[in-house]
Design a protein around this ligand. Structure first.
Ligand SMILES: Nc1nc2c(ncn2[C@@H]2O[C@H](COP(=O)(O)OP(=O)(O)OP(=O)(O)O)[C@@H](O)[C@H]2O)c(=O)[nH]1
Ligand SMILES: [Mg+2]
Length: 422
């Protein structure tokens, strides 16, 4: 009798412990499931993005690079190269379109502005059968770094003496050093410019043998929508990788050949950063603002904003690791390009194992004063290296857009750090 009582007690204890264990397991499972479903919910907010991230993580894990494919349209190039040569050699009537940048305070803006404007003015030249030239005035010649590739766009060599000239400013309209005969479009904002551009017939609008255009805008959407050019433009300037900036990569590739001096700088820069192909890199462009060039100290809000960019990089790494656990996230590096020295110092101190950045002189190439050689070189290097990163966290800046376009990065994968979608 006593034995049966003991046994029943044991059964009871076992039953209670067992039930408790089952309850505990269920609980754990359900909170795990909850966490999992939260994660899935977050991931499925942008299904296109997640699909791309999955593919991207696999390509990284396998050591494949996704974004460097040759995707630009080439069908128009031979014909345009011939036309350009023939105008330059005076075998046909003079007919030029010039990207005209007189230097600082001439309304051509910083590096991103200039490369964007060059790309679209070049496209307009191709579409209107004009020979394209670049006049990039600066105390440090851009020709020391970028030389003509498929066409000779060097303004200083073209024979323009005695030809009729028209000058245009397609910008904000408050530049101080433009010549008096410069023609302004009616309006000040980019929106007003684009709506004027859309309805203008440029074959009629341009009446001079040499048309000099000063601009800081990348206006490809105006070209795509122009009543007279849209059809032809869509064959030449395709919308690649889901966004409008890829044509910058196509234009850069067609127009520019890096000089040995620039190649050597790049090589040295890569070497100093231990830039190996096998190391995956997140490129971060943090544009703190023009105060950075005026000896004004950064306040704490700059670093709060900066941390958002790093959080974005951290979240990205986590997602990539979820998709491809074999990917060694700890080896991943964050290449930081920025206009602000304090930002560089802060980042390298806080994330010494993650952040890599060039020890360059940071300067705005078009504000206050002409850039120094070191300043211009820093800009050129930062932009190319940023474009060569595997994936980007960007600022709302033309400098960022150029890197995005130059590297043919996809619009789905890449992000603006202030509004991280990961
Ligand atoms: N070295 C270096 N310089 C930078 C960087 N970001 C901005 N700059 C400098 O700041 C200048 C201004 O940038 P832009 O390229 O005009 O781009 P943005 O002014 O940010 O863009 P918008 O305001 O849309 O014109 C550049 O010409 C560079 O001189 C960077 O990451 N590295
Ligand atoms: Mg600018």
């Amino acid at each position: 009798m006593r034995m049966t009582k003991k046994r029943s007690l044991c059964y009871l204890v076992l039953l209670v412990v067992g039930s408790l264990a089952v309850l505990l397991l269920r609980n754990q499972e359900s909170s795990g499931l909850q966490a999992h479903s939260k994660k899935v919910e977050a991931l499925t907010k942008h299904p296109g993005l997640m699909r791309e991230l999955k593919r991207f993580s696999q390509s990284l894990a396998e050591g494949r690079k996704l974004h460097r494919t040759e995707i630009c349209s080439r069908s128009w190039q031979d014909k345009y190269i011939k036309l350009h040569k023939s105008i330059l050699r005076s075998k046909q009537s003079p007919n030029y379109l010039v990207f005209n940048c007189g230097g600082i305070n001439h309304g051509c803006g910083g590096y991103g502005n200039r490369i964007g404007a060059i790309s679209t003015i070049f496209l307009l030249a191709v579409l209107t059968n004009k020979a394209f030239l670049i006049n990039w005035k600066s105390n440090i010649s851009i020709l020391d770094y970028l030389q003509p590739k498929n066409i000779d766009w060097d303004f200083s060599k073209a024979k323009l003496k005695g030809l009729t000239k028209g000058r245009h400013l397609w910008g904000k309209g408050f530049e101080r050093k433009l010549s008096d005969d410069t023609l302004l479009f009616k309006g000040n904002t980019k929106g007003e410019f684009l709506s004027w551009f859309k309805r203008t017939n440029f074959v009629k609008f341009f009446t001079h043998q040499v048309e000099l255009v000063t601009s800081q805008w990348y206006f490809i959407s105006g070209i795509w929508k122009n009543n007279f050019l849209w059809k032809k433009s869509r064959r030449i300037a395709l919308k690649l990788r889901g966004h409008k900036y890829s044509f910058i990569g196509c234009a850069y590739d067609f127009l520019f050949k890096r000089t040995p001096r620039f190649e050597k700088l790049l090589q040295d820069a890569r070497h100093s950063l231990k830039w190996e192909n096998s190391v995956p890199r997140i490129g971060i462009h943090f544009r703190a603002g023009d105060f950075s060039f005026k000896d004004i100290k950064s306040d704490s809000s700059v670093f709060v904003r900066l941390e958002k960019y790093f959080d974005c990089a951290k979240r990205l790494e986590k997602i990539l690791n979820n998709f491809s656990p074999s990917l060694d996230i700890s080896s991943m590096r964050w290449f930081l390009a920025t206009d602000n020295i304090e930002v560089k110092q802060y980042a390298q101190k806080k994330y010494p194992k993650k952040v890599i950045s060039l020890g360059i002189q940071v300067e705005h190439i078009s504000s206050i004063k002409e850039p120094s050689r070191a300043g211009l070189e820093g800009v050129l290097l930062d932009n190319v290296l940023l474009s060569e990163c595997d994936i980007l966290v960007l600022s709302n800046s033309t400098f960022s857009n150029v890197a995005l376009g130059m590297g043919f990065h996809s619009s789905i994968l890449n992000n603006v750090g202030d509004h991280c979608r990961y």
